[in-house]
Design a protein around this ligand. Structure first.
Ligand code: GLY
Length: 353
């Protein structure tokens, strides 16, 4: 078992990583939530089919009363209407402030369940059990929870840290290749911004079977980077912005594909390549580093570039929550395994693009 502790001013919580951990979820939830009698589990139609019965049996075996709610798989479930329905169902189940919510699934489920936990009864405990690579290395750690609004993604949300994150790498075995590749975009991002050894490791193990052989240590390394960043800057006003490498332009590519053509990971991959190229133009990123990032994303089946109009760039940059006023903070790698925050005017960025 690999363990990490996320230490924050008002709470510490563990990230546990081990093959087969799902079957031990009941015992581990009992340790993390000793007062809880009821657990409201939120999953989606894909993760639920594969894992819900194993989880239900484990939780019931540890003495929890369990309600299981399956939402349709996909981003459309991360909306205010779904959230409102969950609130009503949690109350009908008899959830109290000492009970808890469990997220079983990918990023959509984690964000939706986390925001439901943050808001029901002014906040109850929750446990993340991520089942996609993207959720295991990124969205399950750090407490960002949200739903989408018509005007953009993640516009209604909260910082609500989980009590426990249980990562079972076995869950990844059932992922289709494109979904695995989606998570690899975030893994590559960690290598680029924070860990030169990880970047080199990925270059030397640039296929799914090779990564899978070392998956526990890859997950540990990524979660450890995220842990350190979140501990430094839980509320995303400084160092945490480094995690946005590839995401500023990634948002533009998601928008350019009307959220249908490109997945988040594909958009982030192309965003990292383009942002690194901008870094070269601005004299920050060494040219050979930008080329390495392009080759790595391509090796994992992710796009190096995505067509995007100036209009979509403008819309995405204008909506970016991380930009303050007319300025925006780009994240630019300045050497392998390191990145800097680079504030610039939105208009100047648009002209460069
Ligand atoms: N996924 C980026 C963050 O947690 O800040």
């Amino acid at each position: 078992m690999k363990r990490l502790t996320v230490s924050l001013p008002d709470r510490n919580y563990e990230i546990q990583i081990q093959r087969g951990l799902l079957a031990q979820a009941g015992r581990l939830c009992r340790q993390a939530l000793p007062q809880a009698g009821r657990l409201f589990v939120i999953t989606d139609s894909v993760a639920g089919l594969l894992f819900q019965e194993r989880l239900r049996a484990s939780l019931a075996g540890a003495g929890f009363q369990v309600a299981l709610r399956v939402v349709p798989a996909g981003e459309q479930s991360k909306c205010a209407a779904q959230l409102a329905q969950l609130w009503e169902e949690m109350m009908a189940f008899g959830l109290t402030r000492t009970d808890g919510v469990v997220a079983l699934g990918g990023g959509v489920v984690g964000d939706l369940a986390g925001f439901a936990a943050a808001t029901i009864l002014r906040g109850v405990d929750f446990v993340q059990i991520p089942t996609t690579l993207l959720a295991q290395v990124d969205s399950s750690v750090g407490g960002k929870v949200a739903v989408n609004l018509e005007r953009g993604k993640n516009l209604a949300g909260a910082f609500w840290q989980p009590r426990l994150v249980l990562i079972d790498p076995d869950a990844l075995d059932s992922l289709p290749d494109p979904v695995f590749a989606d998570g690899m975009a975030e893994v590559i991002k960690y290598g680029c911004i924070a860990d030169e050894a990880l970047l080199r490791f990925l270059e030397q193990h640039a296929s799914r079977p090779q990564i899978t052989q070392e998956i526990e240590s890859v997950l540990y390394t990524c979660c450890d980077i995220k842990r350190k960043v979140v501990e430094q800057d839980e509320r995303d006003t400084g160092a945490r912005m480094l995690l946005n490498f590839g995401h500023t332009l990634g948002h533009a590519y998601e928008l350019a594909g009307r959220y249908q053509l490109w997945t988040h990971g594909q958009a982030v991959a192309a965003g990292m390549v383009r942002e690194a190229e901008l870094g070269v133009e601005l004299g920050i990123t060494p040219p050979n580093l930008a080329a390495r990032i392009g080759e790595l994303t391509q090796a994992f089946g992710l796009p190096r570039d995505i067509p995007c109009t100036g209009r979509d760039y403008a819309a995405a940059i204008g909506l970016d929550k991380k930009g303050a006023g007319e300025a925006i903070t780009l994240i630019l790698p300045d050497r392998p395994g390191h990145a800097i925050r680079y504030p610039m005017g939105k208009q100047a960025l648009l002209e460069l693009l």
